[in-house]
Design a binder for this molecule. Structure first.
Ligand code: SOE
Length: 385
């Protein structure tokens, strides 16, 4: 018998929409022991949250997250509100005995993230952070290839995450839609917003990062505030590049910017090892490129006149998640990564084993983000402790 999972969602922006869609879809495609019930959503602006609740089919709404957290009919608090709200809500939700899932980055800084980890672990509540790109089937397949030993000794990890939506000087900062440009609300710029995704994927595929050296730049120094109309200093990093050393001895490069004209959500990685390489680009999300030098099952080494990179069309039933969706050759998209994530979270509840990435796992990404920002200030290598 399927049990209800009563969800209380905080935030109605981009992530509020992706999460709502995931809760609505998941039980139609995945066979799980719990079914999400869209119990209540929450935001301060009553007109907006009421309209959001009606559009997505939430049963009720609140305008104060504290009330939502106290409600007896809520099992799971989902934090999809701006980054500077994650800490307080997550700790209160854990204390109230609710399961907590939180948008990325987990927190504004490591100190907050550590306390959030302690809160969910002390309360013993299920928790997860929405690093949704782990649930792109092609990226999950890359992890499978790594785990199967197809990459061999890793040498290089290369990640880019490029966008272009802040190039124009007249883009304002702050307020309900542009808080990502305000460090007081977002914590940082591209480092926490985009590189956090790249770092989570990198650690998942290639293990812990031990040290970094970084440089950041803020190209446009002042922007109007979206609410006051006044010019204010820009406090975020517009671009960030860093070098990394991994515990397995490999080296990494990471590049992120919102000033790469023509790049909208260009999230790529490549891992090169002695026995093979993988490459992924979110602009072709159904493809995983693989270069096989040595087959771990047969031990056979290949490099002849027909050897080359192959693009695996990750849409077959034997590929991660794809037996739950359509038929081979029919692609899925961005929104499905959130549905796949909810499915994994519920499967973790059903089995009692939990689901990655937990708050504790996401703390490791937070440590790298903080070290990157520290290094960008000092110009020195910073160790991740
Ligand atoms: C920023 O533009 C953003 O919306 C991020 O906040 C998301 O996490 C990313 O996946 C898409 O880009």
């Amino acid at each position: 018998m399927t049990k209800p999972l009563n969800v209380g969602l905080i935030g109605y922006g981009f992530m509020g929409r992706t999460h709502s869609n995931a809760y609505r879809q998941v039980s139609k495609f995945f066979d799980l022991g719990h079914e999400p019930v869209l119990k209540a959503c929450c935001a301060r602006n009553e007109d907006k949250i009421k309209a959001f609740a009606e559009n997505w089919g939430w049963e009720s709404y609140e305008t104060d997250w504290k009330k939502l957290v106290e409600r007896d009919d809520i099992d799971l608090i989902d934090i999809g509100s701006p980054n500077n709200t994650h800490y307080e809500i997550a700790i209160a939700a854990a204390k109230a005995g609710k399961m907590v899932i939180c948008e990325k980055p987990l927190a504004m800084n490591v100190k907050e993230a550590e306390e959030m980890v302690a809160a969910v672990e002390e309360a013993g509540v299920a928790n997860m952070v929405w690093y949704n790109y782990r649930r792109v089937p092609a990226i999950t397949l890359a992890k499978q290839l790594v785990d199967e030993g197809r990459i061999g000794r890793p040498f290089h990890y290369r990640a880019t995450y490029l966008q272009d939506w802040t190039i124009n000087e007249d883009v304002p900062q702050g307020g309900a839609t542009l808080w990502r440009l305000d460090a007081a609300v977002a914590g940082s710029g591209v480092t926490g917003d985009l590189l956090a995704h790249s770092i989570d994927t990198a650690i998942w595929l290639n293990g812990p990062i031990t040290s970094v050296v970084a440089a950041t730049e803020t190209f446009i120094k002042e922007r109007e505030h979206a609410e006051t109309g006044k010019k204010q200093a820009v406090t975020i990093d517009d671009a960030c590049m860093f070098l990394a050393r991994f515990a397995n001895g490999s080296m990494g490069t990471f590049e992120s910017t919102r000033y790469a004209r023509g790049r909208k959500n260009f999230n790529t990685f490549e891992l090169n090892g002695a026995d093979g390489s993988v490459h992924f680009n979110l602009e072709d999300p159904h493809l995983l490129s693989y270069f096989e030098y040595k087959n771990p099952t047969t031990g056979h080494k290949v490099e002849d006149h027909v050897t080359g990179w192959r693009d695996i069309n990750v849409t077959n039933f034997e590929h991660p998640y794809m037996d739950k969706w359509w038929v081979p050759g029919c692609t899925i998209g961005y929104e499905h990564t959130f549905t796949n994530a909810v499915a994994d979270f519920i499967a973790g509840l059903d089995s009692g084993n939990g689901t990655e990435p937990t708050f504790r796992t996401a703390l490791e990404t937070q440590k790298v983000c903080d070290a990157v920002l520290e290094s960008a200030k000092s110009g020195n290598w910073v160790d991740i402790k």
